[in-house]
Design a protein around this ligand. Structure first.
Ligand code: ZN
Length: 316
């Protein structure tokens, strides 16, 4: 279902489907202060340092050029056309479903409905932490075309540099995915995402387990056979049975492997970089022919229902 859009389809999208009203107000309100970047052929956003002073100008440009991809800076500048005079930047989390390393649904490098559902779950976890633990309020969700962007606009935060952003990133990451040392040295609470991954892996049979370094065929069978006990254990934040099967050392490397593989879905660079560009909500993600769009309600959002452009629906 996910395939590259043709130049004709891009043209149809920007002429017949794209509307200025689909641009979020957080873009239109600050349009003049944002840098825009364009990719015309799928080789990356090579056309940078663009500034638009009105939505009408942007509209004319998009309809005429029908770019492969459109990006805007998360930063506000006095001179966006020179990328100078940095004022502030959104805080961003990028959850890319393509980077999901541990999965039992589709092949590596591919993205399916289950991958996207998982990315949504992670986005909801992160949003919960930003709201409850960090007290942030001004949070928007964007479907990126193949994952999710969380964009935060709380005033005092937007002026912070990379160091504070790196701290926030680590804080959030380690609450979404409990670091192995905290699981091994209790008392600790094993995070939902960490527990779910272990559950998914162990319940899916031996094939996925076998490929994990150090596990092998025999241990993977044992894990599968004792899966109910292991999962009961995890529910009470314990790994006693896991340790019984794998031994101390292998348990540690197993959890390390899981942790590292899982956090790959969160791109730290995007959160820390204060001059990043992100896909423009309302634009077309031409590699997969899906719309990048502002989400009104993350919980009820469904990419294959809500983010499929008309030219794809008409063909299927
Ligand atoms: Zn998948």
């Amino acid at each position: 279902m996910l395939r590259r859009a043709t130049p004709e389809e891009r043209k149809i999208y920007y002429l017949e489907e794209w509307k200025p009203e689909d641009l979020p107000t957080f873009i239109t309100d600050s349009l003049e202060m944002r840098e825009f970047g364009f990719d015309y052929d799928g080789s990356g956003p090579r056309d940078r340092y663009n500034r638009f002073t009105s939505v009408a100008d942007l509209e004319v440009f998009l309809r005429e050029r029908a770019p492969f991809s459109v990006y805007n800076s998360i930063s506000y500048y006095n001179e966006p056309e020179k990328r100078k005079g940095w004022i502030k930047a959104e805080l961003v989390f990028d959850i890319d479903a393509k980077e999901m390393a541990i999965k039992t649904c589709c092949l590596e490098g591919q993205v399916c409905e289950e991958c996207l559902e998982n990315a949504k779950k992670i986005s909801m976890e992160i949003t919960g932490i930003l709201r409850k633990n960090l007290g942030l309020k001004n949070i928007f969700h964007v479907y990126s075309g193949r994952g999710y962007h969380i964009r935060v606009f709380d005033d005092d935060l937007m002026e912070q540099g990379s160091e504070v952003r790196a701290e926030i990133f680590e804080y959030v990451r380690d609450r979404v995915y409990t670091p192995p040392e905290l699981i091994i040295n209790p008392p600790s609470i094993i995070s939902n995402m960490m527990r779910e991954t272990i559950e998914k892996l162990i319940s899916s049979g031996t094939r996925n387990l076998e490929n994990i370094p150090g596990i092998g065929f025999k241990k993977s069978r044992e894990l599968y056979e004792r899966k109910d006990e292991i999962l009961d254990d995890l529910d009470s934040n314990k790994i006693t049975i896991l340790k019984e099967v794998l031994g101390e050392k292998l348990t540690e490397s197993f959890l390390n492997y899981l942790y590292k593989a899982q956090i790959a879905i969160l791109d730290a660079k995007v959160t820390v970089d204060i001059k990043r560009i992100l896909r423009l909500p309302s634009s077309l993600h031409s590699t997969v022919s899906m719309k990048c769009m502002l989400i009104k309600d993350l919980k009820s959002f469904s990419p294959f229902r809500d983010a499929v452009p008309r030219f794809m629906k008409e063909k299927s």
